[in-house]
Design a protein around this ligand. Structure first.
Ligand code: GRF
Length: 192
């Protein structure tokens, strides 16, 4: 994607829920050598708790609630254009973006997925990992392509699944790693 010269890349984060990854990205984006600046947060849910991180950090945010995807994308694209956004991080964004949208931001949209892709695409990853008695799980940052959770992998972090792990304990441990991996992957994209 080229070296970072001068200003940080204007970026947006899309969320639907708690926004703990958003919080981690915002924290890192304040560091001098971090390649991106979060200039916009978009949520497709007015109930998303993560919106509080945008408010707390005085980051402009938009909530496009209860819209069909076409309407959501139309409004989001308008806002992304106004804010001159060049890079998008999906962080717990629970909708599937259209091919058309992804094409407009070709190789400029990344996502965090809580499994070691290509294993366990889609929802309920931790439950499936536990049910299948996996010994290792983890998280993956990948480019977003038109196929769900299938774009090129940027970085992964493995963790051991403990014998007594529950969905909750595994999710908690992996989420901690997500908060470290997402900023690391963003750095890799722009600074390598
Ligand atoms: C994370 O587990 C992420 O991997 C998945 O959704 C969850 C979002 O958590 N895509 P948060 O909203 O960042 O706290």
């Amino acid at each position: 994607m080229g070296k970072l010269i001068g200003n940080k890349i204007k970026s947006a984060v899309f969320i639907s829920g708690n926004g703990s990854n958003l919080n981690s990205i915002i924290k890192n984006s304040k560091k001098k050598n971090f390649p991106i600046k979060i200039s916009l947060v978009i949520s497709n849910k007015s109930s998303a708790k993560g919106i509080r991180y945008a408010k707390k950090n005085n980051i402009p945010y938009k909530i496009f609630n209860s819209l069909n995807m076409q309407e959501f994308e139309r409004k989001a694209l308008k806002e992304l254009k106004i804010k001159k956004i060049k890079f998008i991080c999906l962080a717990g964004f629970m909708k599937i973006l259209s091919k058309k949208f992804i094409k407009k931001f070709n190789n400029k949209i990344v996502n965090m997925h809580p499994s070691l892709l290509p294993k366990y695409k889609g929802l309920n990853t931790h439950l499936k990992v536990i049910e299948n008695k996996e010994k290792i799980s983890g998280c993956t940052v990948h480019y977003v392509s038109s196929k769900l959770d299938s774009g090129k992998i940027i970085l992964q972090k493995k963790i051991k699944v403990k014998k007594n792990d529950t969905m909750v304990s595994l999710k908690k441990r992996i989420l901690k790693q997500e908060h470290l991996l997402y900023p690391k992957a963003i750095k890799n994209i722009f600074l390598n």
